[in-house]
Design a protein around this ligand. Structure first.
Ligand code: BT5
Length: 326
């Protein structure tokens, strides 16, 4: 509590010094206790200047995830209403499922600084070293089970738009939900329905973004990149999370208004490979054709020799004409 109170006080006087005496009086703690807490905060990455005659001044907040900093950055109204931030979790999606079963409400977010068993789709692994944004959101939207796939489409668009807003980056969406830069994967999305949708209507939306670490931290064979490799500097994970949640909340609101076509168009504008000759891999089988677009539910529509065929995300993989990832 003292930690939060000190930060509240310092941020209220942003840029100005607050005397140790004033903090001590307002919070009813000793000056020694304040000094100790300030030392801890500095260790966590807060830049706080302390001058014996003036007091303390908050100069900079950490780029790593911090509940207090994240709360300051949030502008969404429902998403992020409750924050669960852990140093390490096996998987934020798994924790979110547990919390959802225990009654965790719409908008609760779960983050881990590092995941020891991050999950991709279809039981695949998701490498999640420190410095990434590993976040899950519990959603109980006013939508039907048939619309669950639209939420993951919305999440892709939200991440693309957040990265464009913050860093003027142009990230592409590789169907169904990979976010890629220069043909390499920067982020992935894992949507999972919890329990009986008709009764509980809960979706866990997991988003994983490679942010403040070098690509070398990931296994060599992966076709991956990180924001650090792209930009050349570290970014504020709290602001990134908050900006994604803001865009996601807006997209969810339009989905609840049944603006499905709007989402399909937004997704298509950001997609890679549209209108191009592509290959679809279904196990050993390869189908070739022109990538025409997606259906309202996110199925890929392919113009083939045998006419239009549609593929759902769970069963196939998309490759460029020459068989590359994209
Ligand atoms: C995904 O699966 O792309 C979904 C990833 C979702 C991760 C988030 S993190 C927060 C939340 N908690 C979780 O436990 N998961 C979610 P998929 O399309 O199946 O891609 C998985 C494949 O991507 C793997 O088989 C690897 O080839 C590759 N991969 C693994 N880790 C990667 C990384 N950090 N960056 C890029 N590619 C990676």
């Amino acid at each position: 509590m003292v930690r939060q109170d000190i930060l509240d006080l310092l941020s209220e006087h942003a840029g100005d010094y607050v005397s140790g005496e004033k903090i001590s009086q307002q919070l009813n703690v000793t000056r020694a206790a304040i000094w100790k807490q300030i030392k801890v905060l500095k260790g966590e990455g807060f830049e706080i200047e302390g001058l014996s005659k003036n007091g303390y001044r908050l100069l900079k907040m950490p780029f790593s995830l911090d509940e207090w900093v994240l709360k300051q950055a949030l502008s969404s109204t429902s998403l992020g209403c409750t924050i669960c931030l852990e140093d390490e979790l096996a998987s934020t999606n798994d924790r979110a499922k547990e919390l959802a079963r225990q009654g965790g409400g719409h908008g609760q977010i779960i983050l881990a600084k590092h995941q020891s068993a991050g999950q991709g789709r279809l039981q695949r692994q998701w490498e999640s070293p420190r410095g990434g944004l590993w976040m899950s959101v519990i959603l109980r939207p006013n939508l039907s089970l048939a619309d669950a796939s639209k939420i993951t489409l919305a999440a892709s668009v939200a991440i693309v738009d957040a990265l464009r807003e913050l860093f003027q980056l142009r990230i592409g969406i590789k169907w169904p939900n990979d976010l890629i830069f220069d043909g390499q994967k920067l982020a992935g999305i894992l949507g999972e329905v919890v329990g009986e949708w008709n009764t509980v209507q809960t979706l866990i939306l997991g988003m994983g973004i490679n942010v403040n670490f070098k690509r070398e931290r990931l296994s060599a064979p992966l076709n991956a990149t990180t924001l650090y490799d792209i930009l050349g500097y570290e970014v504020d994970l709290n602001i990134l999370a908050a900006t994604i949640l803001k865009h996601l909340e807006n997209r969810l609101m339009s989905l609840e208004r049944r603006a499905f076509e709007e989402l399909r168009l937004s997704w298509s504008e950001r997609a890679v490979g549209l209108g191009e000759e592509v290959r679809i891999l279904r196990g050993e089988q390869v189908v070739q054709g022109v990538f025409k677009g997606i259906s309202i539910d996110g199925a890929l529509l392919l113009d083939t020799e045998r006419g239009e065929q549609s593929f759902s995300a769970g069963e196939v993989q998309l490759r460029s004409k020459i068989g590359k990832y994209f």
